[in-house]
Design a protein around this ligand. Structure first.
Ligand SMILES: NC(=O)c1ccc[n+]([C@@H]2O[C@H](COP(=O)([O-])OP(=O)(O)OC[C@H]3O[C@@H](n4cnc5c(N)ncnc54)[C@H](OP(=O)(O)O)[C@@H]3O)[C@@H](O)[C@H]2O)c1
Length: 292
């Protein structure tokens, strides 16, 4: 099977390129395939002739999207449409990555795939539009929603850092940290997400999937766990999302449940605390996992 990765130098793309056997993968960056260029995207897909395309590309500076919707829709909707058309033309499977932000966050228990989306920001609307485009244009697709991603490459769309690195960096210059407690999610390690996407592709059970590490926490809890695992003492204070005066509205509760994966007997993702520990180990923050 030939699997073409769009955005192979991004956070998730880097881990997909690690997980998928070298002989099966065609890693591409925006310099090889820019999905906003319809003709070149089609040409490239015809040239590489993959069996599966995994689209990790997104415009996901969530606050910038509120000020200017055009780049968000260019990548997250029109780019996805270009890719879906090209996949249809060469008859290959499209794996498209989406987000927990498609939900409004009003639930108090984990969202399953059959829950109704209600996006609250320009970014979220553009991502849901991308999902709907894939569904309406293709039969052979996987839409994979995940949440709070962190991986060794860092998030390219957010300046090459992820939340974990951001907190560790802030702790070197600030005596105390204030972190949001009223947004609850299931932070997910891109290594775990990439492995599960690769397994899911083999099943050919097309459709919509939530894939996240197990459990849930607020950004505040997540930060406390980072410094607990690093055995570093720092004052961490709870604050609410309002204090940050962010332009985009974020869901208060966006924990996802891997319900569809569970039905396939494939929901064996580890708890977010274990995944975080594995990440810190992979980044070289400690030599060995701390004993529980
Ligand atoms: N990060 C999160 O917390 C999070 C949470 C939920 C869902 N997601 C979704 O997960 C996916 C992967 O996120 P990530 O954190 O891995 O993002 P990332 O690190 O920003 O990676 C995205 C990759 O796509 C590339 N790209 C951007 N625009 C492109 C275009 N027009 N054509 C081709 N490639 C393009 C980027 O290249 P350049 O860097 O050169 O632009 C980058 O390599 C996205 O769909 C995102 O919406 C992310």
């Amino acid at each position: 099977m030939k699997i073409l990765i769009i955005g192979a130098d991004g956070q998730l793309g880097t881990d997909l390129a690690k997980v998928i056997p070298k002989e099966e993968q065609i890693p591409t960056t925006i310099f090889d395939i820019d999905i906003t260029d319809k003709l070149k995207t089609l040409e490239a897909l015809k040239k590489y002739s993959p069996d599966v395309v995994i689209n990790t590309a997104a415009y996901h500076n969530v606050d910038a999207c509120e000020m200017d919707a055009a780049p968000a829709f260019a990548v997250n909707f029109f780019g996805v449409k270009n890719l879906a058309q090209a996949c249809r033309e060469i008859d290959c499977v499209l794996v498209h990555i989406s987000t927990d932000y498609v939900f409004d966050g009003k639930k108090s228990k984990p969202y399953v795939e059959t829950d109704c989306p209600n996006p609250q920001s320009v970014y979220a609307i553009s991502k849901l539009a991308g999902e709907q485009c894939v569904r309406s244009m293709l039969d052979k697709y996987f839409i994979v929603r995940s949440t709070g991603l962190y991986g060794v490459a860092g998030c390219m769309g957010k300046g090459g850092v992820n939340f974990v690195e951001n907190m560790i960096k802030r702790a070197t210059t600030q005596p105390e940290l204030s972190v949001v407690v009223d947004e609850v999610l299931a932070p997910t390690y891109t290594t775990d997400l990439a492995s599960k996407i690769y397994q899911l592709i083999q099943t050919k059970k097309y459709g919509l999937y939530h894939i996240v590490n197990h459990g849930q926490c607020s950004w505040y809890d997540f930060t406390c766990e980072i410094f607990k695992l690093l055995n570093r003492k720092i004052a961490i204070f709870k604050t609410d999302a309002k204090a940050f005066k962010a332009l985009a509205k974020r869901p208060k509760y966006s924990v996802l449940k891997n319900a569809a994966l569970g039905k396939l007997g494939m929901d064996d993702l580890r708890p977010w605390q274990d995944a975080l520990s594995a990440y810190l180990l992979e980044k070289g923050y400690y030599e060995d996992r701390p004993s529980p």
